[in-house]
Write a protein of this length. Structure first.
Length: 128
């Protein structure tokens, strides 16, 4: 299966366990790996035969900016669901599997200067 990687989607959002995180917000970084069939696009050289990266990036940015989840795990899952099951037919080629790497680079934890990273992989159910 072919892959597209979208790295460094950086946006400001309001997900976190502390009340101030949901009011003041903080920066998040998202990396995506998308598994899909790129064979037709590889032959045709037509944008209509592949994934429109802009729509995926915009969808992730909107989710991060507008969601107020408690857990990073929930935000990562919402991102995966939005990629696998888009609300509009933004993609002519369906994404079969997605890996979401969600990073909170400055978590408000005393005496901790590292990053918190959630890494999940989700797939569409196999059709029988």
């Amino acid at each position: 299966m072919d892959r597209i990687q979208l790295n460094g989607i950086r946006c400001y959002g309001y997900t976190g366990a502390l009340p101030e995180e949901q009011v003041l917000g903080q920066w998040f970084e998202v990396d995506l790996t998308l598994w899909l069939d790129l064979a037709v696009a590889g032959q045709s050289d037509r944008l209509s035969d592949t994934l429109d990266y802009r729509s995926i990036i915009a969808s992730v940015q909107t989710l991060v900016k507008t969601s107020k989840f408690t857990l990073l795990e929930r935000l990562a899952t919402a991102i995966a669901d939005a990629v696998l099951y888009p609300t509009a037919s933004l993609m002519s080629v369906p994404v079969e599997q997605v890996q979401v790497r969600l990073c909170k680079p400055a978590a408000p934890i005393p005496d901790f200067s590292g990053a918190i990273i959630i890494d999940i992989t989700r797939s569409r159910p196999v059709k029988e």
